[in-house]
Design a protein around this ligand. Sequence first.
Ligand SMILES: [Zn+2]
Length: 195
Amino acid sequence: MTTACEACGLILEIDSDSEGYTLICPRCSNVIKGRSSMLYSLVFSLSAMILMPPAMLYPFLKIRINDYALTATLFESVAALNSEGYLPAGMAVFLTAFLIPLLYLFLVSYVSFEAVSGRNLPFSGSLAHFIHSLHRWHMVDVFLVGILVSVVKLVDMADVYFGAGFYLLSAICFFLIVSEMYFDSKVFWRYHDRP
Ligand SMILES: [Zn+2]
């Protein structure tokens, strides 16, 4: 079986002994991912998925002004935006900070699992295509930066504390980035539909 180095285009032969491992391109030393890389992708995407529900339910910010205390979870923020008449903004936050990342992580886990296990799963080819369309739309990191900006703006007016939700979202962001680092659809296509 052959594959091309992503960096220099060198065509490389992968034999059955080395197909499970990450290889180094002999011309440019670029890392050519293998099934072991997809295993990391699977582990990190599953970890991020497991953290999703608690991250949504625990408050990411706690604000105290005099005797008045306020906490905010992601769902409460979406509901607050909707009730203030900012329905499109509320929907954008819900989609890009929750629904799309969750769907993206599920698809990456599914496709990575096929590459790792070597068994063909239903609809995996179409779902692997769909991952490319989705990956630009998950924006947990943007949401996290938004929280930090609001903390900087509020810090002079009130006591602001990060809640468990913030740390969970940070962990999700980290796991998602690492999962993306290891995920390579070329590894999936290399083994997909192989008898
Ligand atoms: Zn190369």
